[in-house]
Design a binder for this molecule. Structure first.
Ligand code: 9MR
Length: 374
């Protein structure tokens, strides 16, 4: 029996796609036991393990695949070298952890601290990656000089406007998206009571987007939130808010779904797709912005069964994006489990695609398989 060896150019067709063609053509080199004679295929000619990085498959699907960074990017020693190799090989989008938050950029009123954010942006540029800006207006991590300033509304409005303008001008032309407003909706579906809302009223959201657009007409502007991936009271409220803003001509280009879940209760693609669809119908781009699908851990270690469950949850998440034409990015909140944000690290952890030793987890292979269409 004639054997077919797959000789593939390294950057063209994914091997599964080529294998599919060979299989579809009835050439008999496909399943392990496909020979009618029962003769096992020659394993010497077996297709090699898929070593293509995530970004390769994401690019084939027209999506970015991203990861949160921060101080992890400057990790010293061999671990740092290994981590940066993973980042540059696997991902093509970054976000900057806390480096672009107001308290970090603006610890005191009269000075900006762009050093760390700039170094992530430069790292991205050197390595052919895009960077998301996160975030201009949030209720959390507002510097003390703002929260305890007791400013009258007009002054606070001027401070916020100045912050948005200065920061957007600084990063003009360097970012692929900006989370202009983050988490403005409360979990009960009413506007979250924050310093900005309390002093400036609900219009602060609309104004923030308008100031942002005026400062940089080109960068896509996003509203970003958590707990809104499926149809529920909070996502209904965010949908109503963004419908209203769009109807008023407020310059908003997209919505970021943070995707923070315990893997065991993460939504299926079938639950997410109809929700994504109604936001897409408003003319919004969609990004998954901070995915962490955490599992139970004991001393930081997850069970093999939970890691499989996590892989399945990640697969559903990627499929939700792939099934939504307007969804153009999937970003994970961290690179490896040794440094990844979770709300309660004593009970829950191991939330991302590489383990504490920076080895790919079942979730990594699940994301890759989903992106590759397997
Ligand atoms: O992932 C972020 C982590 O690196 C930071 O230390 C932390 C505090 O700034 O914030 C994490 O990101 C938050 C994001 O900005 C908004 N959604 C919730 C995320 C977790 O708090």
């Amino acid at each position: 029996m004639k054997r077919y060896r797959l000789l593939l150019p390294s950057h063209s067709v994914p091997w599964h796609a080529a294998l599919l063609v060979v299989c579809a053509a009835g050439l008999g080199a496909c399943a392990a036991d496909s020979s009618p004679t029962g003769v096992k295929p020659d394993t010497a000619n077996a297709v090699p393990a898929d070593t293509m990085p995530l970004r390769h498959y994401a690019q084939l699907r027209g999506r970015y695949i991203g990861a949160a960074t921060g101080t992890v990017l400057t990790m010293p020693g061999d671990s740092g070298t290994k981590l940066r190799a993973i980042v540059t090989r696997e991902f093509d989008m970054l976000w900057t952890g806390r480096f672009m938050k107001m308290d970090y950029l603006r610890p005191i009123r009269l000075a900006y601290n762009y050093t760390d954010a700039d170094s992530v942006v430069a790292f991205g540029k050197r390595n052919g990656m895009v960077v998301r800006g996160h975030t201009l207006v949030w209720h959390s991590q507002v510097p003390a000089w703002v929260t305890s300033g007791n400013y009258p509304a007009d002054t606070l409005r001027a401070i916020l406007r100045d912050h948005i303008e200065q920061v957007m001008i600084h990063f003009k032309g360097k970012l692929a998206a900006w989370d202009v407003v983050n988490e403005a909706m409360g979990d009960d579906g009413t506007i979250r009571s924050t310093l900005w809302f309390g002093s400036l009223g609900p219009d602060y959201i609309e104004q923030a987007f308008r100031w942002a657009r005026a400062a940089d007409p080109d960068v896509p502007l996003y509203y970003n939130d958590y707990g809104i991936e499926t149809i529920n009271a909070k996502s209904n409220a965010v949908h109503a808010l963004l419908s209203d803003l769009k109807a008023k001509g407020v310059p908003i280009d997209g919505i970021g779904f943070q995707y923070h879940y315990e893997a065991q209760s993460a939504p299926t693609a079938d639950q997410v797709v109809p929700n994504f669809a109604r936001f897409a119908a408003l003319g919004l781009k969609i990004q998954i912005t901070e995915a962490d699908l955490r599992v139970r851990v004991q001393n930081g270690i997850a069970s093999p069964a939970d890691l499989q469950l996590q892989a399945a949850a990640y697969r559903e998440m990627v499929n939700a994006c792939l099934r939504t034409v307007n969804c153009n990015a999937i970003e994970i909140e961290g690179i490896y489990d040794g440094q990844a944000w979770v709300p309660d690290p004593t009970t829950w952890g191991a939330p991302v695609l590489f383990d504490v030793f920076m080895r790919p987890k079942p979730a990594y292979y699940a994301v890759k398989a989903a992106l590759a269409g397997n």
